[in-house]
Design a protein around this ligand. Structure first.
Ligand code: ZN
Ligand code: ZN
Length: 246
């Protein structure tokens, strides 16, 4: 069985008091984080999960609500529950530079000192499938912001396929990538507002039938969709939700 635990279903603004983007994926003997927003330690601990379980981190793009929690993982592994096994952070071009800079900004002295575990960074390029720690990852470029490489992922683990939109405006890639998938975690930042960099609920609803996934779950929910929950008929994520892909 593959299990996805929603650790953060909110947007960058913590709308509705929801935590920032992070999903814990477990399957085939691996446990990893798909995005790691700044609220990562609060969410893991709130839902009774041990941060030490995390084998690796996979980042969609370098916006704070998606990678800002990585230095806090390092702090946990340095002081609170010392880690000895290696950790790899996978993400788009710039991941190592941005995480190092963020760690240095947040904990200047600690960031200068050696960590008790081997830390590796590995770049993921759109269009180049990779096998990371036994998990097949198909990264695809999504239209979000021009200054960053922003990725969506199709992740194949334990015989199941999970598609994650990351942050994105509409792209036909979602139709192609969700074919035969078990789960599509799709961002839904707005409702009335139409932005080229995010998805609005009516846009998703109009195309949802074309997705070839078994289950569609909306996440990265902003204040607009949260105000319209009564009218939303597609399934919405919540913090602590577990999705079992049997
Ligand atoms: Zn975001
Ligand atoms: Zn973003």
């Amino acid at each position: 069985m593959v299990r996805v635990t929603v650790l953060g279903s909110g947007d960058a603004f913590g709308s509705g008091g929801r935590a920032n983007s992070a999903y814990l994926v477990e399957g085939a003997g691996r446990t990893f984080l798909l995005d790691c927003g700044p609220t990562i330690l609060q969410s893991l601990k709130r839902f009774g999960r041990d941060p030490g379980e995390v084998d690796f981190v996979l980042v969609s793009h370098l916006h704070g609500d998606h990678f800002g929690g990585i230095p806090f993982l390092f702090m946990e592994y340095r002081y609170e529950k010392p880690r000895s096994r290696p950790l790899t952070v996978y993400g788009p071009v710039g991941t190592e530079r941005r995480v190092r800079a963020l760690f240095a900004a947040l904990y200047e002295q600690t960031a200068r000192e050696p960590l008790p575990f081997a830390l590796r960074y590995q770049e993921i390029a759109p269009g180049t499938p990779a096998v990371v720690d036994g998990v097949r990852v198909v990264p695809f470029a999504v239209p979000h912001v021009a200054e960053l490489v922003c990725l969506g992922y199709r992740i194949e683990v334990g015989g199941r396929a999970i598609v994650y939109s990351g942050d994105s405006g509409w792209t036909e890639e979602f139709v192609a990538q969700t074919r035969g998938a078990d789960l599509f975690l799709c961002e839904c930042s707005t409702y009335e507002s139409r932005l080229p960099i995010h998805l609005a609920y009516p846009e998703i609803a109009a195309r949802a039938r074309e997705f070839g996934c078994r289950r569609l779950v909306l996440s990265h929910l902003g204040s607009e969709p949260l105000r319209h929950l009564e009218e939303i008929t597609l399934e919405c994520a919540f913090d602590g939700m577990t999705l079992d892909l049997a």
